[in-house]
Design a protein around this ligand. Structure first.
Ligand code: 5GP
Length: 182
């Protein structure tokens, strides 16, 4: 029995993800040239595999920070109640922040975090996401950098979990519905 047996289909392959990280990293390098010490802020835990690929392609002096925010709590629909479990270790006042996220679905998580960082005095706040699921939007939100737009399906892998599993799968796939209907 392998984790892969629970995946219905592969949506974004490992090779495609590598290409996305390179393309977005180069774009970010261009766009942030001349910006003093931008902060790449990862939202744990889902950001980790993609952010680690992406940051290698950003050829600039950036600082790396993390926040642990949650909204799912072991189900497949967002509760919309965004909790901060771990905050950043530095002040964002006057700083340029680029948030790295695995997926934008309802938009509630990023809407909350962008407003919070703006309220704390960040100079700019932008978002880079591996996946965008615009059909899931409840709050209008457009990330500046999007890896790939996906249909409204529940996906796992490459940082994305179901009940804390599947984050280590090296591609993004659609989970077999019988797994979460059990
Ligand atoms: P939003 O606040 O935009 O609804 O959701 C953002 C968070 O919800 C993501 O960081 C991710 O943790 C979770 N999420 C949204 N869609 C999916 C999905 O299809 N699969 C998984 N595993 N998590 C998702």
């Amino acid at each position: 029995m392998s984790l892969h047996d629970n995946i219905e289909s592969i949506l974004v392959s490992e090779k495609e993800i590598a290409e996305i990280a390179e393309r977005l990293g180069k774009q970010i390098t261009e766009d942030y040239k001349g910006v003093e010490r931008p902060i790449l802020l990862g939202l744990l835990k889902g950001c980790v595999p993609f952010m680690s690929d992406l940051q290698k392609h950003i050829d600039l002096p950036i600082e790396i920070e993390y926040m642990d925010v949650s909204s799912y709590h072991g189900s497949i629909t967002s509760s919309g109640d965004v909790k901060i479990r771990k905050d950043m270790n530095t002040s964002v006042s006057g700083r340029d922040i680029l948030i790295a996220e695995d997926i934008v679905d309802t938009g509630k998580t990023l809407d909350t975090i962008v407003k919070l960082l703006t309220h704390r005095g960040a100079k700019s706040v932008e978002v880079v996401t591996l996946l965008d699921k615009p059909a899931g939007r409840v709050i209008p939100f457009t990330p500046k950098y999007i890896g790939v737009t996906i249909p409204k399906a529940f996906v796992v892998g490459y940082g994305l979990d179901y009940d804390e599993l599947y984050r280590n799968i090296p591609y993004v796939g659609i989970l077999k519905p019988e797994i979460y209907k059990k």
